[in-house]
Design a protein around this ligand. Structure first.
Ligand SMILES: Nc1nc2c(ncn2[C@@H]2O[C@H](COP(=O)(O)OP(=O)(O)OP(=O)(O)O)[C@@H](O)[C@H]2O)c(=O)[nH]1
Ligand SMILES: O=C([O-])CC(=O)C(=O)O
Ligand SMILES: [Mn+2]
Length: 619
């Protein structure tokens, strides 16, 4: 962190000096950086995270003593804990998230930007003394496989033990990572995090320390992350959105690959043929559920490779391969239940899980809306208040989460841990739209698919602070996660096909599980029934399924979908599939406005697709 105005080394506490002397590494850049951060932030001591079970046991016990964690009933939820955040620290904060490229244009029109020198100066003052009374934890981590050809290392420095425990679930961390990093003298992403709540002499701590002034800052050229003020999920577990999406997308742009907000699903058809599909849906729009789908159709099998992030690379022949760089699931709790997502429930029930902002049951378990059909008579809600079904408010926060190791899920595909990843057959885009967008369509070609992704729209959810239910454009479900200019990002998508050959590119599809009927209900039952759509997608790849050409892509006729045993009104299915030219014409001004906002970096190839759509709608 060469640019930081260094702190005062005289302020290093004896325990900090000691920890620096006995550091379990010779990696000089790491040692220098830790010393520099310690001098600035003035922690009481430093702990080098080794990732061991003993360390987890000790930290979780300390978190219980501190009131941050409630240990759950061991019979139902072994080795599991519930945490409750400050009510103002419950989700990602997009308006406080910055891409500090060297120029404003580098960050583009969709990101908040501040000059990097100015931001570093501001944050240096925020960080000064911010870890007083706390421990500075050093978490060496790798996103993806430690045995990969070019492992993507990071080190998170944090003053939050909650973050350490969560990172142990979400990424590969600790001693082995540190040793490999050292052996390779490897580059690592510097990821600095503080909750921004120093403790003065004698001051009591609170259960969820944080700071009302939050900064989630990426420096894409430096490949560095500075996060301040929040302890929550995507703001604080820096390997996830900050690294594996924002920083990684910038790296991927330079290196010729894709870092995307996509689950990875493995599907095996009744003949035993396997396909891997990545799907990009915005936050809280169904990725985790789709990744864990239980097919309702005979003979089809689904397994999960990933539920949130895809790194797509291209092999020597230009064929796409995909890995999930994460080791855990950070899933939305509400709506995840024994009927909608039994695979998630079984995984979580094995224990070793951290729940955040769910409700507590009277026997030391957890509950959230949609977990069971039966609603408990009494709970302690996520704010610590007594709750009954007539309380008139949700018991769990709408963005409450479970954080659980992916390998605990029964349906994780064994090749999940293959450092070379799996071959990618199809990419699916999807959003949450009450109207207009059909249940599924296939794009005409790569650039048409890129256009569909570029104009993807979705109603906002509780996963980010702000108004819920507003339609916004969310390119490739990456709006809050593109680490550079969004127009350049779209150009990168166009260029990838030119570079590796359109014939090698995965086929692109666009889905919408959330269309409504006039009476307000969902037109399509969703969840496990989405396997019928998966079947159509796979059969399109195999060239066996029918479909009709519409202005927005190839859409199945009702009879092209396998609806055997589906408990739904055929009229609703028809409505889910409908392409209404007038509705689509109403989309065009929004698309034009969107491209105007993106400015002159929007690729000509994508603009041409807008005109072609207009012509097809008129035709
Ligand atoms: N109606 C309907 N709702 C769904 C479907 N799939 C998921 N949902 C609901 O959408 C919400 C979010 O689902 P998730 O699978 O957790 O979304 P996600 O994309 O993984 O969210 P993040 O982890 O925030 O990125 C939950 O309340 C689900 O119950 C579906 O097929 N139909
Ligand atoms: O990042 C988070 O806090 C949770 C998450 O997965 C998302 O919002 O997409
Ligand atoms: Mn998810």
């Amino acid at each position: 962190m060469t640019d930081i105005v260094v702190g005062n080394s005289d302020k290093l506490k004896p325990a900090v000096e000691e920890a620096l002397k006995s550091a379990p590494t010779q990696h000089q850049r790491l040692l220098d950086w830790v010393r520099e951060v310690a001098a600035l932030t003035e922690p009481e001591t430093i702990h080098w995270v080794d990732g061991s079970q003993e360390e987890w046991d000790r930290l979780t016990s300390e978190l219980v003593d501190a009131g941050t964690f409630v240990r759950l009933n061991e019979d139902e939820f072994p080795n599991s804990f519930a945490a409750f955040s400050d009510p103002e620290d419950v989700a990602r904060v997009e308006e406080r998230t910055f891409i500090c490229s060297s120029t404003r244009e580098g960050a583009g029109p969709t990101n908040n930007w501040v000059d990097p020198e100015e931001m570093k100066a501001t944050l240096t003052e925020k960080y000064r003394g911010c870890m007083r009374g706390r421990t500075l934890y050093v978490i060496p981590f790798v996103m993806g496989h430690l045995g990969a050809k070019d492992p993507k290392f990071g080190v998170e420095l944090t003053d939050s033990a909650y973050v350490v425990c969560s990172m142990r679930i979400m990424a590969t961390i600790g001693q082995d990572v540190l040793r490999t990093m050292e052996e390779k003298d490897a580059f690592f992403v510097e990821a600095l995090h503080s909750v921004g709540a120093p403790l003065d002499e004698g001051q009591d701590d609170v259960a969820w320390p944080c700071n009302p002034d939050k900064y989630i800052v990426q420096f894409p050229e430096d490949r560095a992350i500075w996060s301040f003020g929040s302890g929550y999920g995507g703001n604080a577990l820096l390997g996830k959105k900050c690294y594996a999406l924002r920083i990684a997308s910038a790296i991927a742009h330079d290196e010729g690959w894709l870092a995307e907000h996509m689950l990875i699903l493995k599907v095996t058809d009744p003949q035993g043929e396997t396909h891997y599909i990545s799907a990009a849906f915005p936050s809280a729009c169904g990725k985790t559920n789709f990744a864990m789908i239980e097919p309702t159709i005979e003979g089809w099998k689904a397994e999960m490779v990933g539920d949130d992030i895809s790194w797509i690379t291209f092999d020597d022949e230009g064929k796409p391969r995909v890995i999930n760089p994460e080791a855990g699931l950070f899933g939305v709790a509400p709506g995840t239940g024994w009927t909608t997502n039994p695979n998630a429930m079984r995984g979580v029930a094995k224990g070793n899980t951290i729940f955040t902002n769910v409700a507590l049951t009277d026997n030391g378990g957890v509950w959230w809306e949609g977990m069971t059909d039966e609603v408990p008579e009494h709970l302690i809600d996520w704010k610590g208040q007594d709750w009954t079904p007539d309380s008139g408010r949700p018991a769990a926060h709408p963005n409450s989460r479970f954080c659980t190791p992916i390998e605990q899920c029964d349906i994780v595909a064994p090749e999940y841990s293959d450092p070379d990843g799996v071959p990618l057959s199809a990419i699916v885009f999807g959003g949450r739209r009450k109207t207009t967008v059909p249940l599924v369509s296939e794009s005409f070609d790569w650039n048409h698919g890129v256009f569909q992704g570029a104009t993807l729209s979705s109603e906002t959810t509780a996963a980010a602070k702000g108004q819920v239910g507003v339609v916004r454009r969310d390119p490739m479900a990456m709006l809050p996660f593109i680490g550079y200019n969004a127009g350049d990002y779209l150009q990168h998508w166009v260029d990838i096909a030119k570079k590796y050959g359109e014939e090698n590119m995965p086929k692109i599809f666009y889905v919408n599980w959330f269309r409504r009927t006039p009476d307000g209900g969902f037109a399509w039952p969703g969840f496990g029934e989405n396997s019928r759509v998966v079947k159509w997608i796979v059969e399109r790849l195999q060239g066996t399924a029918g479909g009709k050409e519409t202005p927005v892509g190839i859409v199945p006729n009702v009879e092209d979908l396998d609806l055997t045993g589906l408990d739904a009104d055929p009229k609703d299915t028809e409505a889910a599939l409908a392409v209404n030219v007038d509705e689509w014409k109403e989309e065009l001004p929004g698309i034009d406005e969107w491209f105007e906002k993106l400015g002159d970096h929007v690729p000509a190839e994508v603009k041409e697709q807008r005109d072609a759509l207009g012509a097809r709608l008129d035709g």
